[in-house]
Design a protein around this ligand. Structure first.
Ligand code: AMP
Length: 215
């Protein structure tokens, strides 16, 4: 199964992807995580992406398309969930073209819909482990010891693009560049919009019942 997960930053895409890949044995391909790993490794791609990412802008389409098509090409036959990609209509068209060349297609597009005030609270309270990328929240998903990763003891940090100022830019980019993807994919009749304002566990059940009905 090949799934695209759409939703504004902070809609819970990363959290829901983890549930989905565990249950359906898929590969989680998060463009943001892949870019952050490039930055940690200090690759050319990571260096190129850095300034766009920290200011809340989008990394150029051609760079992202090439990176993600490469990742998809190495994915196992069971399928994958795309998280954070595509983020523009040009990226979606690039993805369709690459899949079409292999006689493949996206099976389902899940659109996580969340109110903007909920998004801002979720993002600005988010803290991550710089080492293992585990995600916490200062109110909802607290580590056992404040500010310390449960898994490896690293000091948790706030992503530079999770500050209140940068969130505004990211939401603007989302509304202008990514939200039109819902219409793009709706033409193929494969978009399922999920109310993702609630608890992660409740949202997970909504997603599972939809995906079970498709399997
Ligand atoms: P995320 O973790 O998905 O919120 O992504 C973090 C940042 O990485 C974004 O704000 C962008 O700067 C960059 N990024 C991730 N995915 C993409 C994409 N598909 N297109 C362009 N930029 C991206």
């Amino acid at each position: 199964m090949r799934i695209v997960l759409l939703g504004a930053p902070g809609a819970g895409k990363g959290t829901q992807c983890k549930y989905i890949v565990d249950r359906y044995h898929l590969l989680h391909l998060s463009s943001g995580d892949i870019l952050r790993r490039h930055r940690v490794r200090g690759t050319e791609l990571g260096k190129k992406a850095q300034s766009y990412m920290d200011s809340g802008g989008l990394v150029p389409d051609n760079v992202i398309i090439e990176m993600m098509i490469g990742e998809i090409g190495r994915a196992p036959a069971g399928g994958y969930v795309l998280d954070g990609f595509p983020r523009t209509v040009k990226q979606a068209a690039g993805l369709d073209k690459a899949l079409g060349d292999k006689d493949e297609k996206i099976d389902a597009v899940l659109n996580l819909s969340v109110d903007e005030d909920v998004i801002v609270r979720r993002i600005t309270g988010r803290r991550i482990c710089p080492k293992c990328a585990a995600v916490y929240h200062i109110e909802n998903v607290r580590p056992r010891v404040d500010g310390v990763c449960d898994k490896d003891g690293s000091k948790l940090v706030q992503r530079p693009d999770d500050t209140a100022e940068v969130v505004i830019t990211r939401l603007k980019n989302y509304n202008e560049q990514t939200a039109p993807l819902v219409d793009y994919y709706n033409r193929g009749d494969s978009v399922y919009t999920i109310d993702a304002n609630g608890d992660a566990e409740d949202v997970k059940e909504l997603i599972f019942s939809k995906l079970d009905s498709l399997a």
